[in-house]
Design a protein around this ligand. Sequence first.
Ligand code: ATP
Ligand code: MG
Length: 284
Amino acid sequence: MKLKIAIQKSGRLNEDSVKLLKDCGIDIKNGLNKLKAECENFPIEVFFLRDDDIPQYVEDRVADIGIVGENVLYEKGKQVDIVEKLGFGKCRLSIAVARSENYTGAASLDGKRIATSYPALVQKFIDANNINAEIHEISGSVEIAPGIGLAEAIADLVSSGSTLFMNGLKEVETILDSQAVLVRNQQLGAEQQDILDRLLFRIRSVKKAKNNKYVLLNAPNSNLEEIISLLPGMKSPTVLPLAEPGWSSVHSVLSENEFWDIIEKLKNAGAQGILVVPIEKMII
Ligand code: ATP
Ligand code: MG
């Protein structure tokens, strides 16, 4: 029995999806250019597909699970469950208009044409804002639509905004914030669910490790208590005596988002020789 996972064949999600499986200790065999690949050390079979097709394939159980952007998932409206947000493939679906346009809110789109590859999500936005705009569905290079007179506005995926800028457009509304998610078929059998749980345990360990750093520092014993109070640690920090009397070595784990804050406080509390080390996996 194997769990079938669908990932993007090529494109922006492919590399991170493959890397995630790799970080989970899963070796994908026989190259990445095939439609299907086996894995030697984990009961999983990988299907490489167009990202647009992944929600459908998971709903139909051609694949049991899949990795896809929320943007595609919500656009397609397929019946699958989101199991985990994966923290990569971050982007937003935004509305943009010509930079010269005087945009004052959604009402400015009234009577306008919006070019997009996301008709369902844009229609929801139009309905929610009670405006009268016409959707022009196109499959690619949406950003050129205003320039060639196809539409006055576009709705497209943005990350840095440089594509919009280069095409003389400005971002005026965000319809959706998106990232890659792991989805599953709603009727997995017990055995598949078991494999998924094992995979999920690994994915969460990888994600946690990415968000945390291992920190080692030297502390004067006189300030040890204060320094320890600054450090959360997985249980509590490890404290070892240094060869030099009056000093200790303190080891702990810090999460990325509080990292710099705590490092500054540690320095002020007299910590020295602070070493920060990446964590490969974190099992708790
Ligand atoms: P496919 O050939 O599989 O259909 P595609 O051309 O539709 O690929 P890509 O451009 O590879 O799609 O993007 C795949 C996904 O990557 C998007 O659906 C989105 O979830 C995510 N993504 C992240 N950042 C961006 C961005 N700046 N622009 C477009 N997509 C992005
Ligand atoms: Mg696609």
